[in-house]
Design a protein around this ligand. Sequence first.
Ligand SMILES: Nc1nc2c(ncn2[C@@H]2O[C@H](COP(=O)(O)OP(=O)(O)OP(=O)(O)O)[C@@H](O)[C@H]2O)c(=O)[nH]1
Ligand SMILES: [Mg+2]
Length: 367
Amino acid sequence: MQIAIVGLAGAGKTTVFNTLTRGHAETGGYGGLELHVGVVKVPDARLDRLAGIFRPKKIVHADVTYVDLPAPPPSSEGRIGTEELPAEHLARLRESDALLHVVRAWDDAAHPHPAGSVDARRDLQQLDLEFILADLALVDRRLERLRTSGRHGTPAEREANEREEAVVVRLKEALEGGRPIRDVALADDEEKAIRGFRFLTQKPVLVLLNVGEADLPRAAALVVEVASSYDHRAAMVDALSAKIEMELGELEPDEAAVFMEELGLAESSLDRVIALSYRLLGLISFLTAGPDEVRAWPIRDGSTAVDAAGAIHTDLARGFIRAETVAYDDLVALGSTAEARKHGKLRSEGKTYRVRDGDVIEILFSR
Ligand SMILES: Nc1nc2c(ncn2[C@@H]2O[C@H](COP(=O)(O)OP(=O)(O)OP(=O)(O)O)[C@@H](O)[C@H]2O)c(=O)[nH]1
Ligand SMILES: [Mg+2]
């Protein structure tokens, strides 16, 4: 699972990337063309509790890949900025499962905003518009194709093309009205028909307002203000101070605690942002626990027990017999799998069982 960090030039994307990945990519590049990729462990306190019970050799967290992309050049008459990104960047952007949209909300006299003022809502709209233009260009090319060569072929092919055209026309209408594709209600088969395009405005998005340290106390109010005018499906708004978080990440834990107290910060925003982006991806975690490892496995919310088995290994899905399942809370309260069994909390679930976040599962299978 991969999240693309996007935003206008100088919004603080690379600072956010460094914060999330505890990396040291160079910031302040202003339009530099470098792409950064980092894998981040999803914090999960449940794994430590389970490790206390099972004493495993290792603990494995779920992870999410973040890609830090330079801003696309602004579009102008007849030119789509996003399409001028280097091919590798555009491919990364298209293949990402979600967007983390960093918006500048910090002010700093030493770094004046290129537009002359700091205005998060304006900047947010500006990049959204770039992505709408990019999707619109794709939609227009596809429609042209469907209306020419799409008229040929077997009756079945022509029918499929007509169905696709009907969906693509709806997308075009939405985009032309300034609405992202994520807002268009699509039936399953319609969604399937357009999945291959990997439209940018269809991806779920977490808008992250990057606030200056002096504005941290106002961050919550700013989130409410921006969120109230950002009424889209599959969209969330949150805030953090990327610069502060990056500095915190470079300190020893006790020094960081002192610094946070000075700033009046109750908790680091980092874990929250990672957890939010995990949810944004539509992921939940099921857990496995034993003497070898305690592990969190990411799966799509709505997955079944046999999907969970397949996430571990295809053999487990193929030879699936049943999933011995206990809820994390029950397991921790009772202290062991044996106790959970005694109290009837260990359930034997079949293939179609819908897995819940925090289910501790053992798959029984035949080879
Ligand atoms: N004062 C202040 N400066 C910040 C903050 N966040 C980022 N910056 C500064 O803004 C500049 C740009 O930050 P980057 O993280 O490189 O921004 P970017 O979005 O990756 O920029 P490009 O990749 O060039 O588009 C750097 O000099 C940062 O130190 C902040 O919260 N406060
Ligand atoms: Mg950058």
